[in-house]
Design a protein around this ligand. Structure first.
Ligand code: HEC
Length: 126
């Protein structure tokens, strides 16, 4: 029946949303990665994580593939910022930024949130 299909779909979405959020250190992280995870949760998640299924996200989802998976490019963006993202070079020291990069490199590539729009960079939420 249609209705039960919807229930299954909704439950699946909820489960995915829950598992996509990381609360507390995950198993298998090195101390450096765990530090990065903590800093990320404090300073980056506000823009780069999706708090709920329905809420939008300001920045793109991050993963080990962000910026081509290049440590140097990640370090650069985190330090200098971009047009819409603040730089963190006065906020974090080099070691802290490296730990965040190390953590980003543990993140799997996320599934697309929705059917991908044709123009990948279009955002309506700002
Ligand atoms: C105020 C919101 C905001 C905060 C806070 C923020 N970012 Fe961003 N970030 C963005 C936006 C928006 C972009 C997309 C680039 C643009 O549009 O200028 C971005 C882009 C990036 C990218 C490049 C991703 C890509 O695929 O191009 C990385 C890596 C990144 N941010 C890491 C971080 C890290 C690590 C932190 C925490 C230290 C952080 N950001 C904090 C808004 C934010």
């Amino acid at each position: 029946m249609m209705q039960s299909a919807w229930v299954v779909l909704a439950a699946t979405l909820v489960a995915q949303g829950a598992s996509a959020q990381s609360s507390g250190p995950e198993h298998g992280l090195t101390p450096t990665q765990a530090t990065g995870q903590r800093l990320y949760a404090q300073s980056c998640g506000v823009c780069h994580a999706k708090p709920t299924i329905t809420s939008g996200r300001y920045g793109p989802a991050l993963s080990k593939e962000s910026l081509g998976g290049l440590d140097e490019a990640m370090t650069q963006v985190i330090s200098q910022g971009t047009g819409r993202m603040p730089g963190f070079r006065h906020h974090f020291d080099a070691a802290q930024i490296q730990s965040i990069v190390a953590y980003l490199k543990t993140l799997p590539v996320p599934p697309p949130d929705a059917p991908a729009p044709k123009t990948a960079e279009r955002r309506d939420d700002n």
